[in-house]
Structure formats: structure tokens, C-alpha cells
Design a binder for this molecule. Sequence first.
Ligand SMILES: C[S@@+](CC[C@H](N)C(=O)[O-])C[C@H]1O[C@@H](n2cnc3c(N)ncnc32)[C@H](O)[C@@H]1O
Length: 281
Amino acid sequence: MNAPETPVLKAAEFRKVSALAREKFGLNLPEGKEGLVAARLAKRIREGQFRGFEEYFRYVTAEPSGEALMALIDSLTTNHTAFFREPAHFDFLRERATGEFRDSPSLRIWSAACSSGEEPYTIAMTLLEAASQTPCRWADDLHILASDISTRVLEKARAGVYEAERLDKMPEERRRAFLLKGNGARQGWFKLKPAVRNLVQFERINLIEPLPRRTFSFIFCRNVLMYFDHSTQQAIVARLVECLEPGGYFFVGHSETLHGIEHSLSYVRPATYVKARRRRA
Ligand SMILES: C[S@@+](CC[C@H](N)C(=O)[O-])C[C@H]1O[C@@H](n2cnc3c(N)ncnc32)[C@H](O)[C@@H]1O
């Protein structure tokens, strides 16, 4: 059987997707990404048995529940993530949580583009390990908010079930402490223990829409800013900084930077920033 052909996206069609992605999600699909967009949309067009791009696009923009739009955006972004990805941030979190935050009565952390959950669960494991080694006042009042725009990845994240190969690099001791190994039909899968899962609350939040009116000691905004154009990045960072308590930390991905974005944070180390503490009167 021949592999299905990827339809060629005409320039005008690409502009339409690109404008929609920008308007609804702040996504930046610059010229030159036509091939990638065409390849990603091809599957949707085939699966939905649409006659071509125009028909698919009409359906997406008219479908009232917004599900089709969500599915489109799912295919345009990448959800790549991993447990303990870019581990320096988790070492830093552990160090600060058991240092300057040790006597805080509570700790609130936000993983603001959490994909399928590996990042917030890594935060939970890091802090559980930290509190088991160093008594910390926040240990009884620890909450992790994990959000993403994609309902598909959030569903996977909520389930907290992962294929064994996603845990390959995790030391055996950590795996035993925090995960349950599946048997029988669940062979080859692991499930996070309730002690980890219950620390994380998942919500669907689009970063270009109004953000929660809550404050956090640490915000992880990693490997997502790169999808947005400069003005959207600027607006998102400004609003996320409002959600950060004074003295709180802000993380971006290690291949990202706040360079070129106006903000009130101070640089701490690569991909790590801090919000100034309020001066005493
Ligand atoms: C590459 S993943 C990053 C996952 C994780 N933060 C990490 O670094 O491993 C990017 C995530 O950003 C999400 N995303 C894209 N646009 C978004 C938006 N406007 N609001 C919230 N999340 C968004 C995608 O759905 C995807 O799950």
C-alpha cells in the first residue's frame, strides 16, 4: 500500500491557518513552516474524510463546541516533555524549597504548560523527596497547579499512567517510591502513586487568556514561550509575573530566554529569574 500523500498547502491556505492560530492561541507560525503545517494537518484531513483543506478549515471555524479548533491546535504545537527534563531546575527547586522557603507555611507552584504531566509530577516527586530529607513547614500545605491549553494532554496527565520506556532514566529507588508497576494487561505501564497525584491539580488554561488570580512561589513556563510571537511573549510574561509572589522564581526552558522581553525580574542563572521582594517601609 502506498503511504498517503501529504497535501500541499497553498500560500493563501497557510495564511488562513496561521492567522487563526495567532488570533485564538497567540501561536506564531512564520512563513517557512508550510511543510510542517501541511504534514500535521494531513492526518486530520484524512481522518475526518474532508475533501481538502478548505472544507476542513470551514468545519473547524464553524464547529460550535471548539473541540475541532482544539484538535487543530494540538496538531500544530508539540507536546514533547519528559520526567526530570532539564534537571538543573529541579535541583534548584529542591535547594530553595529546603533553604529560603523551609519555614513557609505553604508552597504553591504552577507548571503553566504542563503537557502530559511529567513536569508537575517531577515537581511533586522532587518536593516529596526534599521534605523527607529536610523537615519543611510547607510539607502539609503543598499545592501544584498544572495547566495546558490542550484537553488531550491534560486527560493523559490526569490519568498519571506512563509507558515504562518514559521512565527508563529514572533511578530504580525513585521509581519504587513514587510509581506502581502494572501487571497482566497493564504490564509495561506505570501509574503514579496517589501521594504524588494528589498534590497536583490540573486545569485547562490558555496562556493568552486571563490567568488565575492566585500567586505562586515558583512558576514553570518552560518550552512554550517559543511558540508565540514577540508581543504575545511580552504579554504572557507580564501576566505571569503578576501571579508570582515577591521573592518567587520563574523558569523558562533552557533553550529560551527573557532577553528582548521587558520584565521586572532579576536574572539568577540560565533560564531562572526571581521577582524582587517588597522593600520594608
Ligand atoms: C513542548 S510542551 C512543554 C512541556 C513542559 N513544560 C516541558 O518543558 O517539558 C509545550 C506545551 O505548551 C502547550 N501550549 C501551547 N500553547 C499554549 C497556550 N496558548 N496556553 C497554554 N499552553 C499552551 C502545548 O499544548 C504543549 O503541551
